[in-house]
Structure formats: C-alpha cells, structure tokens
Write a protein that binds this ligand. Sequence first.
Ligand SMILES: [Zn+2]
Length: 329
Amino acid sequence: MKALASEPAIGVIGGSGLYELEGLTDVKWQKVQTPFGAPSDAYCVGRFAGRRVIFLPRHGRGHRVTPSELNFRANIWGFRFLGAQWVISISAVGSMKEAIRPLDLVIPDQFFDTTRRRVSSFFGDGIVAHVGMAEPVCADLAAALATAAQETSATVHRGGTYICIEGPQFSTRAESRVYRSWGVDVIGMTNMPEAKLAREAELCYATLALATDYDVWHETHEAVSVEAVVQSLLKNVATAKDVLRRVIPAIAPARKCECPSLLKNAVITNPAAFPPKTRKKLALLLDNYFPRGRKSLSRGRHHLPRERSRRAPAAGHPRSKPASRSPLQ
Ligand SMILES: [Zn+2]
C-alpha cells in the first residue's frame, strides 16, 4: 500500500474543542481503512495558503472517543497513507507550573508516558523495531510552531515536558503533586503514544499545547472541571486556529530534519526472517528500506512474455491492447 498523494501534506490533529478547520478550500472528507482498523473519523483533506492540509478531529466529530479508546495507530497511519509529512498536534492541557497560566501556549519538547492500556507501536508480529525517542519532537516543526505562536497575542512557552496520563478521569491531588515534583510542565491524555507512532511513521510531530486550567494542585484556583476546561477551550480554539493560519504557509519542503529516515537503522529483525504477512501489512513503512523480494519481480517477468506470446510476438505493446482488456480497469 503506497501513499496516495505525491504532494507532501501538513497534517493537523484537532484536540478537544477543535473539530473542524475553517478556511480550507477544495475540501473532501476522506475515509481511510488501515491495517490497524479505523481512525477516529474521516480525514478532512483540503488546501490552505497553497498547501495541502489534512485535518483529523482526534476524538471524532462530536467528541465521541475517550483517550483510552483512541485508535492511535490507525490515526497516525492514515496521515502517512494520505501523504502527510508533518503532523501538528493541537492539545488541551492542564498547567503544572504557576508560570503557565490558563490560555497560555506551550510547545513541549519532551513527553513522559504514564499510560497503561494503549498499543504504542506499529511493529510486532515478527518484525521488531526500536525507534529513538530521546528527542520525541521535530525541532524544525516545533520552531515553526513557536514562531507562529509568538505572532499571536498569547503568551508562549517554548519547550517543556508533557506528561500523558491514561484518563479519562483527571488526576488525584496526590498524583498531581507527584507529577509536579517530577518537574513536568503540562498534563494531558492523548499525546502518547501518538508521538511514538508519529516517529515510527517518520512524520515530523510537534504539539501546540493550550493550557485550560491548573489541574488540581493549585491552592487558590479551583480544581479542574469539564466546565472550566470548556470555558478556556472556546478561547483557546480561536488562538489555535490563528497559529495554524500562520504556521501552515511557513512549513516548507524538503524536510531537513532527521524524521524522514528514523526507521533506517531501527529495524533489528533479519529481513530474511520477516513473516510475509507482517511485511505486507507494514509495506507503507518498510518499502523504503527493504525493497520487495525477487519473488514478485520474477513472477512479473514470467508473466509478460507469456502475455506477449499469445498476441503479436515481440511487437506487442501493452498500450496496443484494446482498452477494455486493460487489467487496470
Ligand atoms: Zn522533522
């Protein structure tokens, strides 16, 4: 299975509050089936400022999917399949530091994963890969996001650690205090394993985190509630759209970061031992590094002369066949 479009696209994952992206032209909602099941929703494919943009509402339109229920693999796979090279993750977060106030923007450069029941790799079933996660965010994409964010009226914090919890409940006070003692900056429920899978799919991934509240640790602010989050979300969504309008035209191919070749030395399994079924399932990720075996090539070679010999020998050109016989139709 190859990527559908040759023009590199910018992917956007809309978090809580951001379910549609206005201003796109030539819009088409495109359903994608992946080897890992169905993504959260159809992808909204369109154009903005001369760029191809692919938008996915992370929780589906209407916000129907909990963080634990999200099919992260299908969501990321779909972006890669549709030709995305960058994925901007828009995420509502709680602030874990006094200095990060509600409505502030954070561009995290690290993640801490405390999730417990999520499948976090495309690999397995006979093919093992270990992708580096020391720098989980694409520095180039994060820099572009930060520049765009700083052009808005919001306060922007560059860098920081996003701790990802399982949810869907918010933290207990004890948990929140422990996380704070670890030095994290913001807390959310969705960026892991999203970031891990984006790395495996060789996509540039960066998060625009929008603070909605002070979680439950703050002594003078009320503990987080859906009501408080929604209040902030409405304002944050307008800011997120403002940042997207600025960052999309600024992202330029070709990518100079290391993201496009993250899998190059990550697969540890001997290719001779690849189970054919798994190899086929992961073709979208593996074809660049492990060209398909000679078997299919030799089958093709045998096929062609036989076809020709049945028709005019030697002179037979596939194009000369009647159109109705074309195997492609
Ligand atoms: Zn990158």
